[in-house]
Design a protein. Structure first.
Lengths: 370, 626
């Protein structure tokens, strides 16, 4: 690191020296009477600077690019991710051409056509053919980029396949909560933000029988490998944004407007540990929409595993009702029997709470599968 | 017209005397209605804001590049925002990021750039005595001043200024309980912005009216310098888009204070479910970016206009493709209104809409490319004089192209998924909009300083300032692209929480060092600017041997700009190095009948119209009854 800082410092020092030495010349020249056809002050060293800088910039940019590339785009672990990566590098490749070409011309022309005594600039106000060429060429290149981008975009944002594993992720200040449909029906139950409290953090609506086997996890998200995963994304308080860098997944979480994103992960955490040679490798989910003080640390880990261990993990999780049996009171009477399946027998609720439950369930609910 | 003038000649001298009646200090320098004074007021206020805004960025760059450093030395300024162990408060970090964005975009690059040069150059370059309404012009500055005072005051609140990012997305900005910056700080932000919008509208109406109505004799639209075209288009953009920001701000104020639910729905926060349902945070984003995207061009177009003028003057060549330049500015301005949702590809907006906006966005590259190539062709076979203004103009073209190219990546919605809200975006817009416009501003200041103050700035210091700034900017923002490609999210207080951001520590430190050096280089400019207002060499009448009308005024133009009659205009402003001409420039007010040796055949035909142009006398307030 200190090497780089030293390098920058050196560049600036060299610049300063050049500049100071030139300053002396300029101060001398100030005393001389100026005539109209004398070279404007500092013109030649400024012209030379254009050549110095373009060479330095070419070397510097190439070197820094090679130096930094090992950290570029973390290894893509999803099917669409590799596609957008290819597209990204393709576009970058295409755009590097005008980047180099145009900057070269700007610098080169500035140096080449600097003021020379007795020279006269050429009067060249327009050339329709030239202008037509550099209107049409960018237009064609753009059309090509738009087309490839558009195809990728419409595939990525198309409807999720029917066999997708549906998982809900809810953002709040400052953590994520993941909800699964449960092992019995594998369907997410309804929710309502008015039902949120300290335990029921995502507002599960227990008057919907699909929610009886739902389970939550505030620390880890597990997903199966090689199968589409559909994230249903919600926010509880302010905007958040689900960002899974390795999966090339990003979608805002918006209060009052559920969003979604589906993708096919095809490398398990174990695969990635082998590929990166890092035994502690973890997939991470971050927040990329500023949400307050804890925005920079709103993390949840993601575990990608094979189907069998994923199923096993799901089966090991205790459902929301198992964790908080007192919420049985919110289940309507006719569904109580179903809800109590899998619960220890001694958590049967007193009959009188059933009344409050039915009124509590009267609030309009939002379908989770909108 | 001339008949009326004849009748009026008796009263003319009285009229004239009336205009030169001595004004009090307050009228002359403070509540002035003179466009030149107002321009200087804008410029100096803008420079002060720039110092504040860039200092903020240095502080948060230190936090990002050297997260372990002890910031206790900032305690005298920041007080309790620095903890006892010398750490920057994370809430204040967000406030700094937010205020840096707000200040630089609105107060420096909108007011400081467009406010200064539209005011200064429109009357001088079109040949008008002053703006259409001097009073409105004065109001425009003082509304800006009021907005500045309110925004400045918000910096000193105990809960800090607004801190939800300069885009102030609700619900974060709507709910005081969501963040401390969303309390009084946000209230003041919104109030300040409302005043600011009023200021912009008063200014914009004035610019448009002036350009349309007060052009001097012979100054047809196809003879307007490109600066004026740029200011005119900028003003139209602002006039259409700023009211939309005002409405979004007003609706946010309603949500915050009067219990409405425009942007709020189904929110549970701080142990409480809010009653608001049916609103949409996305609505705010649509309204905000309907201004926000044209705003990019409001900031950039004046810079492009100034660059066109400066490059042509100092390359001693006519600008290449004058009409194409106007057409591309019009094209950019039109497209600016229909691309806003490319800021919202991953907000959950309908993906089909995303495709449409991707298509429209990438079209902007075409007129932008035309501009870039036209600048380059203007340099080709020129006889370039490297005045500081010229250097900054050349630098501006380089930054505009380099930054614009990455926009093609971001405008592609499929690629935006990964790059949205990462440092790639930050690097992109700082190059193309921040640095490019700032370079336009510098080019303008160096070029027109002699006209503003009648003094010359130091040439060498200006050149040194350019090289440090130019190299510094690239050293900051090229590596920042790398950090973005690695997926570093923006507006993060530190990068220690994630494994995927456990890299590039040295790169971030490098960026910070480069940013500090570029910041320090700006003091060269401040010294050069302020000292030479008082101590500079007296400027010649036309120091850059330029064609436009402002150089026909006295060295320090007084009230009404021209003594005696306003000059008439007979040609476009880009007759540099015309074949056959004695000098390498022919000012706009020289009739073709005096330059027979260099006229093209179609120009000889125009000699017949000169009498007609000369006979006209509209728009000169000094010569007609009020």
């Amino acid at each position: 690191m200190y090497f780089i800082i030293a390098l920058v410092a050196l560049v600036f020092v060299v610049l300063t020296v050049i500049v100071v030495s030139r300053l002396q010349d300029v101060l001398k020249s100030v005393k001389k009477p100026e005539s109209a056809d004398e070279a404007p002050s500092g013109n030649s060293w400024n012209g030379a600077m254009f050549i110095v800088i373009i060479i330095a910039a070419a070397v510097g940019t190439t070197w820094s690019y090679m130096h930094a590339r090992e950290h570029f785009l973390p290894i893509a672990s999803s099917v669409h991710g590799r596609r957008t990566d290819d597209l990204f590098w393709f576009s970058m490749g295409v755009l590097t051409i005008p980047f180099i070409f145009v900057n070269f011309l700007i610098f080169f022309f500035s140096w080449k056509y600097q003021y020379k005594k007795g020279n006269k600039a050429s009067f060249y106000p327009d050339n329709h053919k030239l202008e037509l060429i550099w209107t049409i060429i960018p237009a064609i290149v753009m059309a090509m980029l738009v087309f490839t981008g558009w195809k990728a975009w419409s595939d990525i944002t198309s409807d999720a396949p029917a066999d997708a594993e549906v998982i809900e992720i809810t953002g709040k200040q400052f953590n994520w909560i993941v909800r699964y449909g449960g092992v019995n029906d594998n369907k997410l139950g309804n929710y309502n933000y008015k039902l949120i409290d300290a335990q029921n953090e995502v507002g599960i609506d227990l008057s919907d029988e699909n929610s009886f086997d739902d389970f939550l996890n505030p620390t880890e998200m597990h997903i199966p490998v090689g199968r589409p995963v559909l994230l249903k994304i919600r926010a509880r308080d302010v905007l958040h944004s689900v960002f899974i860098p390795h999966m090339r997944v990003k979608m805002d979480a918006v209060p009052g407007m559920p969003t979604k994103f589906w993708f096919v992960p095809d490398k398990t955490t174990a695969d990635m540990r082998a590929e990166t040679g890092n035994p502690n490798f973890k997939y991470e989910i971050a927040c990329t929409e500023v949400c307050g003080q804890g925005h920079f640390s709103m993390k949840i880990n993601l575990v990608v595993e094979d189907e069998a261990s994923y199923k096993k993990w799901c089966a090991e999780q205790s459902t929301f009702l198992q964790t908080y049996p007192e919420y049985l009171a919110k289940v309507p009477d006719n569904l109580k029997a179903k809800a109590m399946k899998g619960l220890p027998a001694d958590t049967a609720t007193p009959a009188d709470t059933a009344k409050t439950a039915s009124t509590g369930g009267g609030i309009g609910t939002t379908a989770a599968l909108r | 017209m001339s008949a009326i003038e004849g009748l009026d000649t008796a009263g003319h001298h009285e009229e004239h005397a009336h205009h030169h009646e001595p004004q009090s200090f307050w009228q002359k320098y403070v509540f002035s209605e003179d466009h030149k004074v107002i321009a200087k007021q804008y410029l100096i206020t803008g420079i002060m804001w720039a110092v504040i805004g860039i200092s903020m960025s240095v502080i948060f760059r230190i936090q990002l590049g050297m997260p372990d450093s002890n910031l206790s030395w900032l305690k005298p300024i920041l007080g309790a925002w620095i903890s006892d162990s010398g750490k920057l408060d994370p809430n204040f970090y967000l406030a700094l990021v937010t205020m840096h964005g707000t200040i630089m975009v609105f107060f420096v690059l909108t007011a400081g750039l467009s406010g200064t040069f539209s005011n200064f150059l429109i009357p001088l370059q079109i040949g008008a005595r002053d703006m259409a309404s001097g009073f409105m012009n004065m109001l425009s500055y003082w509304f800006f001043f009021l907005a500045s005072v309110v925004m400045f005051a918000s910096l000193f609140l105990q809960t800090g200024p607004a801190a939800g990012g300069w885009v102030i997305y609700p619900p974060l900005s709507a709910l005081p309980q969501a963040h401390q910056g969303s309390g009084m700080g946000m209230t003041l932000w919104l109030a300040s912005m409302a005043f600011f919008i009023v200021s912009q509208l008063l200014g914009g109406i004035n610019y448009i009216t002036t350009v349309i109505n007060l052009r001097t004799r012979g100054m047809s639209f196809d003879r307007l310098p490109l600066t004026i075209w740029a200011f005119l288009i900028t003003a139209v953009l602002g006039l259409i888009s700023f009211p939309v920001l005002l409405s979004s701000v007003l609706l946010l104020i309603f949500d915050r204070h009067f219990g409405t639910s425009f942007y709020l729905s189904e929110i549970y926060i701080n142990g409480e479910a809010l009653p608001n349902v049916g609103g949409s945070p996305i609505l705010f984003q649509h309204l905000f970016w309907f201004l926000g995207h044209p705003e990019v061009y409001i900031v950039l177009l004046p810079g492009l206009g100034i660059t066109s003028e400066v490059i042509a003057t100092n390359a001693r060549k006519p600008i290449f493709g004058y009409r194409a330049m106007i057409a591309s500015m019009l094209g950019i301005a039109f497209l600016a209104f229909i691309v806003w949702a490319h800021h919202m590809f991953v907000t959950g907006m309908n993906p089909f809409l995303g495709s449409v906006f991707m298509f429209l966005t990438l079209i902007i590259a075409v007129p932008s490319a035309v501009k870039g190539f036209n600048y380059i062709t203007t340099l080709w076979k020129g006889n370039i004089v490297f005045t500081p203004a010229m250097l900054f103009a050349i630098g501006m073209v380089s930054l505009f192209v380099s930054g614009g190219l990455t926009g093609i990546i971001l405008g592609n919605s499929a690629l935006d998924i990964q790059l949205h809200d990462t440092y790639f975006v930050v690097a992109h817009f700082h190059l193309v909009m921040g640095a490019a416009s700032a370079f336009g501003l510098f080019a303008g200041v160096y070029h027109w300083f002699p006209k503003m103050f009648g003094k010359m700035m130091n040439n060498t210091l200006g050149q040194i300032h350019f090289w440090f700034s130019f190299i510094g900017i690239y050293l900051v923002f090229i590596p920042m692209h790398y950090v973005g490609i690695a997926g570093f999210p923006r507006r993060y207080y530190q990068f220690t929480s994630y494994d995927f951001t456990h890299k590039f520590m040295d790169m971030n430190m490098f960026i910070t060092v480069a940013a500090i050096l570029s910041f320090l280089a700006q003091f060269i400019f401040l010294y050069n600017f302020f000292v030479n207002i008082f101590k500079g060499k007296t400027a010649p009448k036309n120091p850059w041997r330029s064609n436009t009308l402002e150089w026909t005024t006295p060295i320090v133009p007084g009230h009404g700009n021209w003594e005696g009659e306003i000059p008439a205009v007979y040609r476009w402003s880009y007759d540099y190095s015309k074949p056959g001409a004695k000098e390498d420039f022919i000012p706009q007010n020289i009739p073709y009948s005096q330059t027979l040796e260099s006229n093209f055949p179609h120009e000889n035909e125009l000699i017949a119209t000169e009498k007609e142009i000369e006979a006209q006398n509209f728009n000169d307030q000094f010569n007609t009854a009020h």
